[in-house]
Design a protein around this ligand. Structure first.
Ligand code: ASP
Length: 453
């Protein structure tokens, strides 16, 4: 019988889990959804509120009612447990991985070279993703002629200026940044710490180096254990999603959702693999198969940060990349390199602009506006956390810059989860290929242990 702890079988177990989750979720949906939906959109006097639109608040209400059913609460419970286990290891893994990665690289010249290569690759692929989105949304124009009532949302645009992003990267209090799960400031501290640990030649500092290496090794072992639970966790996550997603959700937003999905598909299956093939001559689809547990976890959890443990484990044991490279390049990527998110920001903003222009013919999106969207989509993707819906929460920043009412982000909530799953898988795939590229350049990929079994 197949053993889920044998890593090469894991993706089959996860796919099996997804099928079980899909059946489980569909049954829950059939049994309860219409009743819960009706409860959520009517007030105590039986009047329809919210114009019957599936906003964030309505979704929350429906979810609350599902939690009160036996099979619904099992799905929520198991999904919550799996997510918590992943989140539990993210912070220590993230920090020790970066420090051990920097120390493992051994010298500053090498660190600089690898850092430069990584940054260039991340920037190039994110820009390519945005351009793919821009092209498709202009070609398909999913928002033209769509007239929708604009539901109200309380999401206010956060401030995002060039300096704001830069100063925000430096933590005033490391413990506070860690407690709030702010990974960008933590990266900054981890890099500073790693670099100066490398510079400090005392005996005591050597002990600190091996402490971090040992800590990282323990985290990776723990990761292996949590990953074996992925099929159950993912079944519950999928059940939870399908129970609360009505098929009618897609109706008015179908054009938009399809545009995002097709653009992500082009980037995922053609652009990124093409780029890595041209630069390394390695078969990207084989890497895709080796990485499939990580890609499926990203898809199911919609969080690249929570997926980091699986991504690290797979790239080392499945693809054969040395931990010297992966433990530096991957944690960086999980936070700053988000191709899928950047593409989505661009398509979603242009879609909303097209809808807005349908009812406000005076509104024109100039070429300059489109370029602003490209620049901000890049910044937002760097600043967004690797957690579910982070991309949508940051959207008002772009809306404000191009004169769209930020209330219109409420429109996008109804279909955000499935799109988030697709963009997160794209984010993790892009981090993976960046790591493969850098490791290839450095001669740091060997025959993975599973292939030689
Ligand atoms: N969920 C995405 C991620 O973790 C971020 C986003 O919302 O786009 O990569």
């Amino acid at each position: 019988m197949a053993d889920p702890t044998r890593k090469s079988n894991l993706h089959w177990w996860i796919i099996g889990g997804m099928v079980v989750g899909a059946i489980w979720g569909t049954l829950l949906h059939e049994a309860y959804y219409s009743e819960f939906y009706a409860n959520a959109v009517t007030d105590t006097h039986g009047n329809v509120v919210n114009d019957g639109i599936l906003t964030k608040a309505v979704l929350k209400d429906i979810e609350g009612q599902f939690r009160e059913t036996a099979f619904g609460s099992l799905a929520y419970g198991l999904a919550g447990l799996f997510m918590n286990l992943l989140k539990m290891i993210v912070l220590p893994l993230f920090f020790t991985s970066l420090v051990a990665g920097i120390v493992g690289l051994g010298d500053f010249r090498r660190l600089g070279k690898i850092g430069g290569r990584t940054a260039l690759w991340y920037l190039t692929t994110t820009l390519l993703a945005i351009l793919t989105g821009l092209l498709l949304v202009n070609l398909i124009s999913p928002g033209e002629g769509v007239s929708l009532d604009v539901p109200f949302s309380s999401e206010k645009p956060a401030e995002l200026t060039g300096w704001g992003v830069i100063t925000g990267m430096v933590p005033t209090n490391v413990v506070d940044a860690a407690a709030q799960g702010k990974l960008l400031p933590l990266i900054f501290f981890a890099i500073c710490f790693g670099v100066f640990l490398l510079k400090t030649e005392t005996e005591a500092a050597k002990t600190v180096r091996s402490f971090f290496q040992g800590f990282f090794d323990v985290m990776m072992k723990l990761t292996g254990f949590i990953i074996a639970l992925a099929p159950i966790g993912i079944a519950a996550l999928i059940a939870k999603l399908l129970a609360t997603t009505g098929p009618d959700v897609f109706e008015s937003l179908a054009g938009y959702a399809i545009t995002v999905a097709v653009a992500l598909g082009i980037h995922f299956f053609l652009v990124l693999p093409g780029l890595v093939y041209v630069r390394t001559k390695r078969n990207p689809y084989r890497i895709m198969r080796q990485m499939s547990p990580a890609l499926l976890t990203a898809f199911s959890t919609a969080s690249s940060a929570s997926t980091l443990p699986v991504t690290l484990e797979r790239i080392e044991h499945g693809v054969g990349v040395s931990p010297r490279i992966s433990s530096f390049v991957l944690p960086l990527g999980a936070t700053v390199n988000m191709d899928g998110t950047a593409l989505y920001e661009c398509v979603a903003t242009l879609f909303v602009a097209q809808v807005f222009a349908t009812t406000n013919p005076d509104y024109v999106l100039t070429f300059g506006n489109q370029m602003t969207i490209v620049g901000l989509a890049l910044l937002v993707s760097i600043g967004a956390a690797g957690i579910p819906h982070a991309g949508l929460v940051m959207m008002p920043i772009i809306f404000a810059a191009v004169g769209l009412p930020f209330e219109m982000t409420a429109l996008l909530w109804a279909v955000d989860r499935p799109l988030d799953m697709c963009r997160t898988a794209t984010n993790v795939w892009s981090d993976t290929l960046a790591t493969v590229y850098v490791a290839h350049q450095e001669g740091e990929i060997s025959q993975p242990e599973e292939e030689s079994e």
